[in-house]
Design a protein around this ligand. Structure first.
Ligand code: HEC
Length: 100
């Protein structure tokens, strides 16, 4: 009985840790301040996630790089400043952006 309880507890803890560490990418976009300039479908300062996904099909790596290094002259006259602080989250963000 004691073993069972311990096992159940361990499983619950593992599940909590997994969901706690993998932020949904909506939250990542919020956390990194992307939503100040981007939205899924409404054009703000930057292009929509949909426009970016359409232009970068299958190019997850390129998108992740653009997030960290910034981008200019691709969508309009306003450049995107480099988002170096988002470097650790860039691969997850890129993957998520391309699902739009
Ligand atoms: C200060 C406003 C601003 C912020 C903050 C910002 N962006 Fe941008 N972003 C832009 C603009 C403007 C463009 C269009 C640049 C261009 O024309 O090449 C852009 C373009 C992009 C692109 C397209 C790159 C490409 O090569 O097609 C991606 C991806 C992107 N942003 C992701 C993000 C993510 C993720 C964040 C948060 C970590 C973020 N942006 C934060 C303004 C911003």
């Amino acid at each position: 009985m004691k073993t069972l309880t311990t096992l159940a507890l361990a499983a619950a803890l593992a599940a909590a840790t997994a969901s706690g560490s993998a932020l949904a990418s909506d939250d990542l976009a919020k956390k990194n301040g992307c939503i100040a300039c981007h939205d899924a479908a409404a054009k703000k300062v930057g292009p929509t996630w949909k426009d970016i996904a359409a232009k970068n099909k299958g190019n997850e790596k390129g998108v992740a790089e653009a997030i960290v290094k910034g981008s200019k002259d691709k969508y309009g006259k306003i450049p995107m400043p480099p988002q170096a602080k988002a470097a650790a989250d860039a691969p997850a963000l890129a993957k998520w952006i391309l699902t739009h």
